[in-house]
Design a protein around this ligand. Structure first.
Ligand code: KG4
Ligand code: ZN
Length: 337
């Protein structure tokens, strides 16, 4: 069976195709809106919707060409229908529903956070292996910081998440305040990796929130960094020290909670996914964890197609009703099985 998946949850138009018989990834297209967003210094939701309208049909065409098949060869469609920018989600969901309906094929709306959560499964489509279950898994992206106890391919428990900003949002806003340009997360990572010393990383003791159980909070850190930045002239060395110290605070908050969950629940296998999982310092500080390869961590539709394929293999892929609409919220139930 061939599954075509679409993800338009934020500012990348993504299309992927998997073959569930050969268990292989036939196409994985990611069209980033980075050029359209650069002049705004961040993602403008309405601009993202308009970019998806232009880029999605081209990305579908490109994916079909790479997979050497026609739209009519697709047996099942999958699409991220929550959470995300509502206008952006609408473009992908409407496209998939229209294509599936016209071709008389089923479609399934999937949760984008669940797709990130199970993105380690993607490795099996490229001849690799997935870490054995159970996992303590952290999904750290631009909009989410969520911690899970993953028991199997289809059973997980949500442990906690951020009370305010996501870790990726903290990276992006701190980088913006420091004038690092857009997208600030990867730029901050690179600057610190190439230039910072251990002393730079320890220069400022920015706050690490000690919130309850498995919660996270990054808004206080964001404010502390903004205040420190405004205090004196921002020379290159001050910029570097603030960036390096802020990164340590963000990553410490993440590492502490993940390790706590791992030891309290007796689950040694730690998995980190989502855009922030690309971060090079994070990979050093939490070296015991499994991090998927960077292109599987940032937004892509291959993880959505892989999730659909895994559900199909388990006999759990259910067609969504045509009346199902996208939602900006994650709507993660405390326990899903
Ligand atoms: O998963 P993702 O591609 O999209 C969302 O679903 O949000 O994550 C994007 C986020 C952005 O906040 C971006 O700055 C952050 O991931 N990010 C990074 C790095 N690469 C991407 N943050 C820190 N270091 C990186 N290398
Ligand atoms: Zn994402």
């Amino acid at each position: 069976m061939k599954i075509l998946a679409v993800d338009t949850s934020c500012d990348e138009s993504c299309v992927a195709i998997v073959d569930t018989e050969s268990w292989s990834l036939l196409a994985d297209v990611v069209h980033s809106h980075i050029d359209a967003m650069k002049r705004f210094g961040g993602v403008v939701p309405e601009v993202a919707s308009r970019e998806h309208l232009k880029a999605l049909p081209l990305a579908v065409e490109q994916a079909l060409e790479t997979a050497n098949c026609a739209l009519s060869d697709i047996d099942w469609f999958a699409v991220s229908d929550r959470p995300g920018l509502i206008g952006a989600l609408l473009v992908g969901v409407s496209y998939v529903k229209a294509a599936a309906y016209a071709l008389g094929k089923p479609y399934t709306g999937l949760n984008h956070i669940e797709a990130h959560l199970y993105s380690p499964m993607l490795a099996t489509f490229e001849g690799g292996e997935t870490p054995p279950f159970p996992w303590i898994a952290l999904v750290v992206s631009g909009g989410h910081t969520e911690l899970f106890h993953v028991k199997s391919e289809s059973e997980y428990e949500w442990l906690g998440g951020t009370l305010d900003d996501a870790a990726g949002e903290a990276y992006d806003k701190i980088g913006k305040v420091l004038g690092l340009g857009y997208p600030a997360g990867p730029k901050l990572d690179r600057l610190v990796r190439e230039m910072a010393t251990d002393e730079d990383r320890r220069r400022f003791a920015f706050p690490v929130a000690r919130t309850g159980a498995y919660d996270f909070s990054f808004s206080g850190l964001k404010t502390a960094v903004a205040l420190e930045t405004a205090k004196e002239e921002l020379t290159d060395s001050r910029r570097l020290r603030i960036a390096a110290s802020a990164q340590e605070a963000i990553l410490e908050a993440l590492c502490v909670k993940v390790r706590e969950a791992s030891s309290k629940l007796g689950v040694p296998q730690i998995v980190v996914t989502g855009g922030v999982a690309c971060n090079s310092r994070f990979r050093v500080l939490l070296s015991e964890a499994y991090f998927p390869m960077p292109r599987h961590c940032t937004d892509n539709a291959a993880m959505v197609a892989a999730l659909a394929a895994v559900h199909l293999r388990a006999g759990k892929l259910v067609p969504s009703p045509w009346t199902q609409t996208p939602s900006p919220r994650a709507e993660l139930a405390p326990t899903v099985s």
